[in-house]
Design a protein around this ligand. Structure first.
Ligand code: EPU
Length: 425
């Protein structure tokens, strides 16, 4: 199993460029099943989850060709119905995104239950209820089987603004008869990205960016070219890292409109970058100080569906808070397994209290010491790398495939900033 050896305590300085957003890349890849014409994707990150998704699609007969390092063309002209490879599907959460487009294209599906990060219950009720509201029938037994005879436009009330749930319903409803309205839809930048690609393919989606998406069904979709947005999770991760790096880190080619709540929230830890056009510069030579609530009370950073602070950026913020003067509560409202990695930070010397599966209290600053650790999920994995980079001594992080599923070329990006990081197989 591949691992990172990280010698901590070296200042990091320089410029990094975010790759394409993983959570946009995965649904837009699945959209290729909705047309016989080619779709070209620019800024496609060559991360583990993307490569596995390409393997799943290739197994269905989709022609997959990389044009250059981050440009990919998919053509589903020769795609044939079959059960998607269960072993590949079990590797990624995004395999659930086959439900919508396979039902739209073939009228039926047999799908193994998805894999991915072990971070909580990850219910699929939103997908299920929405598909049935559009005329589908689904059954659960050793996976999901189902069919749809006619995709019937409908008013669908999502029981929660699930990201992949909304994406699955978009990937089905674009071909409905009549009009579908998705109420309480997710509105993350990656959901918007999928909507923009589908509209470029000939779909008629309005309300993009809101929680009420209106989809007028069309019967045929065509090929298109789509550029994936810069990964704001990666931007947020490098901001947190830069803030504790002891040097000055610039993140270029970001999309500042994706970062509103992220910057507002990180400012509570004392992380306030300089913004110049699409570049953010964070000066890690300045000490971080936690901002208290008015009246001097201890503040809370909590995650929530967009536009609130993303759950995927909780763990990196927690590491940054271990280096900031003061106390903060972190309340992870969405997943009940995402806080457990903090035991590793405590082992390294962080002053953290795990109150329950959803909440931790962080009291900083603490000096961190190297440790041997294993990466439990993609985001916690990145956080452990950050902690190792500022710790005294050499840390070993196992199971880094989890990190490489979601962050492209993390080793070289960190090395270009001066990190002493070596990947060992
Ligand atoms: N949830 C709530 N309240 C809400 C919405 C969700 O409590 O208003 C809870 C539910 O229990 C739900 C869980 O949060 O089961 C997950 O929500 P969602 O269904 O939106 O998650 P997902 O679609 O399975 C995607 C991303 C995750 C990201 C979440 C939340 C992809 C492939 N995955 O998952 O990404 O954490 O949305 O933004 O898009 C990651 O990149 O590390 C990752 C896990």
């Amino acid at each position: 199993m591949a691992k990172f050896h990280i010698e901590g305590g070296h200042k990091l300085s320089g410029t990094v460029t975010p790759s394409g957003n993983k959570n946009e890349a995965l649904p837009v890849l699945m959209a290729c099943l909705l047309t016989d014409e080619p779709i070209t994707y620019k800024r496609m990150p060559r991360i583990g989850d993307v490569l596995t998704t390409c393997d799943v699609l290739a197994d269905l007969g989709v022609d997959v060709s990389w044009v250059d390092q981050d440009t990919l063309t998919l053509c589903a002209k020769n795609a044939k119905y079959k059960k998607p490879d269960p072993e590949l599907c079990a590797k990624i959460r995004a395999s659930i995104l086959l439900l919508g487009p396979m039902l739209a294209r073939f009228g039926k599906i047999e799908l193994a239950l998805p894999g991915g990060d072990v971070i909580g219950a990850r219910r699929i009720d939103t997908h299920w209820e929405g598909i049935e509201a559009l005329g589908g029938t689904l059954r659960l037994s050793h996976g999901i089987t189902g069919e749809i005879k006619k995709i019937q436009g409908s008013d669908v009330f999502l029981d929660e603004p699930s990201v992949t749930g909304t994406e699955n319903l978009l990937l089905l409803a674009v071909k409905c008869h009549g009009t579908t309205v998705l109420h309480n839809a997710a509105s993350e930048p990656h959901v918007m990205g999928l909507c923009h690609l589908l509209n470029a393919m000939g779909a008629k989606i309005s309300g993009i960016g809101s929680n009420r998406l209106v989809i007028e069904g069309v019967q045929t979709l065509k090929g298109a070219t789509h550029t994936i947005g810069p990964d704001f999770m990666e931007v947020g991760s490098f901001l947190c890292l830069g803030a504790i790096s002891g040097g000055k880190v610039t993140i270029k080619d970001t999309r500042p409109e994706d970062l509103g709540f992220v910057l507002k929230t990180l400012s509570r830890i004392g992380i306030v970058p300089e913004i110049e056009g699409k570049s953010l510069t964070i000066d890690g030579t300045k000490p971080l100080i936690v901002r208290k609530d008015i009246g001097g009370r201890i503040g809370t950073i909590y995650s929530g569906p967009w536009p609130a602070y993303p759950t995927d950026l909780m763990s990196v913020a927690i590491v940054a808070a271990t280096q900031s003067q003061g106390t903060l509560i972190f309340f992870e409202k969405m997943f009940e397994g995402r806080m457990f990695f903090t035991d590793k930070l405590m082992q390294m010397g962080a002053n953290i209290v795990l109150c329950d599966p959803h909440r931790v209290v962080v009291n900083g600053p603490s000096k961190l010491f190297a440790a041997r650790m294993s990466s439990p999920d993609v985001r916690a994995g990145m956080s452990l790398i950050m902690a190792a980079l500022i710790a005294e001594g050499t840390s070993v992080i196992d199971n880094i495939y989890q990190v490489e599923r979601g962050y492209f070329d993390v080793e070289n990006k960190l090395r270009s900033l001066g990190a002493k990081i070596i990947r060992k197989d």
